[in-house]
Design a protein around this ligand. Structure first.
Ligand SMILES: Cc1cc2nc3c(=O)[nH]c(=O)nc-3n(C[C@H](O)[C@H](O)[C@H](O)COP(=O)(O)OP(=O)(O)OC[C@H]3O[C@@H](n4cnc5c(N)ncnc54)[C@H](O)[C@@H]3O)c2cc1C
Length: 353
C-alpha cells in the first residue's frame, strides 16, 4: 500500500480533516509509548467519524482501521500501527427531552475489593445510592472525554457519573471496556449504544442485553466491525453538591495511588471465588503482586511495576512497549508457576504491524 497516496485520497475527500502519514502516537497515549501510525487523523464529531469510516470502507476496503479514544488503556507497539488510525474526539452531549423506551439491565458484581484502603482506593466510605432520584437520559458522543462529560453534566444538574471521576478515557473507550469506578460499572447506567457496522455501513442501536456487558468486557471487544458512535446513559437529577464533592474526593484519592504515565490497571482482578480458592485475602491483583510476589518497583528498561500501586506499570522515562510486555510476561509467569492462574491483561495491546 502506498500510504501517502491513500492519505491524499482521504485528505481530498475530507478537506476539514488533517491527514498525516508516519505520525508518532506515543505523545497521544497516557503511557507515552508506541511507534507511528501509518496514516493518522483526528475526527471532531461522531458524524465526521461515521462519514470517514463509510468512505474508507468503500474506497479502501483492505485498509486496516484502528479507533483510538484517549489511548488510556492501550499499549501501542514500538513498531506502530498499520493502516489508518483515527483519534476520535468530540464535545457533543445531548440531554434528551423525551424518555427513551425502557431497556433492561443486568448488574455485574464488582471485582475490585481492595484489601488495604489506605494503600489503594477506599470505595465504601464514598458510596451512596441515587436510584430514588428522577431519571435523566443523556446521549454522549463516543469521542467525548469522560472528565468533560462529568463536569459538563454536573453543571447542567445531572448526576450519576461521579464514580468515574479521574479516569482519563473517552465515552467510546469506556463503553468498549465497560468502565468501572467505585462500586459501579458504566453498564449500570447504559440505556443504549449507537454503533456503525462496518460490514454494511449501517447505524443501529444496541441494548445492554445485546452487548453482554461484564467486568472489563462488552461484546464490542469481539466485534471490531462495530464502531461506537454514541452512548445513551440513564442518569439522575441528584444532589449536585454531593456529587461534585464525591467526584473531587475520587480524583484526590486516585492521584495518590494511580501514577502516570501509565495505562491504568494492567491486569484484570481475580474472581472472588478464585481468590478464595487460593486463600488470598483480596481478589485485587495489585494486592497479590505487592503482598505475595513482592514485585513492587521491579523495573525492566524504563518500565516499572509502580511502587505506589502494583497493578500499574509506569513509564519512568523512555520505556518501550517491549519493556512493558516483558514485565507483563514476568507477572503472568509468576501467577502461572505459583498458582496455575492465567492472568488476563486489562490493557489492550495494539500491535498489528
Ligand atoms: C491514571 C489512570 C486511571 C485509570 N482508572 C481507571 C478506572 O478507575 N477504571 C477503569 O475502568 N479504567 C481506568 N483507566 C483505564 C482507562 O482510562 C479506561 O479503561 C478508559 O475507558 C479507556 O478509554 P480510552 O478512550 O482511553 O480508550 P482507548 O485506550 O483509546 O481504547 C481502548 C480500546 O477501545 C477501542 N475503542 C475506543 N473507542 C472506540 C469506539 N468509538 N468504537 C469502537 N472501539 C473503540 C479501541 O480501539 C481500543 O481497542 C485508567 C487509566 C489511567 C491512565
Amino acid at each position: 500500500m502506498d500510504s501517502k497516496k491513500v492519505a491524499q485520497t482521504i485528505q481530498d475527500k475530507f478537506p476539514d480533516l488533517t491527514v498525516k502519514t508516519n505520525w508518532s502516537l506515543a505523545p497521544l497515549s497516557t503511557f507515552k509509548i508506541g511507534g507511528p501510525a501509518q496514516i493518522f487523523t483526528i475526527t471532531k464529531s461522531s458524524n465526521q467519524l461515521k462519514e470517514l469510516l463509510v468512505f474508507v470502507k468503500k474506497d479502501h476496503p483492505q485498509l486496516p482501521l484502528t479507533i483510538l479514544g484517549n489511548a488510556s488503556n492501550t499499549l501501542i507497539s514500538d513498531s506502530g500501527i498499520e493502516g489508518l488510525v483515527i483519534k476520535n474526539t468530540s464535545q457533543n452531549i445531548h440531554i434528551l427531552k423525551k424518555k427513551p423506551p425502557e431497556s433492561k439491565k443486568q448488574l455485574i458484581p464488582v471485582l475490585r475489593q481492595e484489601k488495604d484502603s489506605k494503600k489503594y482506593l477506599d470505595f465504601n466510605s464514598l458510596n451512596y445510592d441515587e436510584s430514588d432520584k428522577e431519571k435523566v437520559f443523556v446521549e454522549i458522543e463516543s469521542g467525548v472525554p469522560f472528565p468533560y462529560a462529568i463536569s459538563h453534566l454536573l453543571q447542567k444538574g445531572v448526576t450519576g457519573l461521579q464514580w468515574f471521576a479521574g479516569i482519563p478515557g473517552t465515552v467510546g473507550g469506556a463503553t468498549w471496556y465497560n468502565l468501572h469506578g467505585g462500586s459501579y460499572h458504566l453498564s449500570d447506567f447504559i440505556h443504549s449504544v449507537e454503533v456503525l457496522d462496518l460490514k454494511n455501513s449501517t447505524v443501529k442501536k444496541m441494548s445492554p442485553k445485546d452487548l453482554n456487558f461484564a467486568y472489563d468486557y462488552s461484546l464490542l471487544q469481539k466485534k471490531p466491525n462495530l464502531i461506537i458512535l454514541s452512548t445513551t446513559l440513564s442518569l439522575y437529577k441528584g444532589n449536585i453538591e454531593k456529587a461534585q464533592s464525591t467526584a473531587q474526593k475520587w480524583i484526590e484519592q486516585k492521584k495518590k495511588v494511580q501514577p502516570i504515565p501509565s495505562a491504568g490497571s494492567v491486569f484484570k482482578n481475580l474472581s472472588p471465588d478464585l481468590a478464595q480458592k487460593h486463600g488470598f485475602e483480596s481478589s485485587s491483583v495489585g494486592w497479590i503482586i505487592d503482598q505475595k510476589l513482592k514485585l513492587k518497583g521491579k523495573t525492566i528498561g524504563s518500565a516499572q511495576i509502580s511502587p505506589l500501586h502494583a497493578n500499574f506499570i509506569v513509564n519512568t522515562g523512555s520505556a518501550k512497549a517491549k519493556d512493558v510486555l516483558s514485565l507483563i510476561k514476568l507477572v503472568q509467569k509468576e501467577f502461572k508457576n505459583r498458582w496455575n492462574i492465567k492472568l488476563e491483561p486489562e490493557i489492550k495491546i495494539l500491535d498489528n504491524v
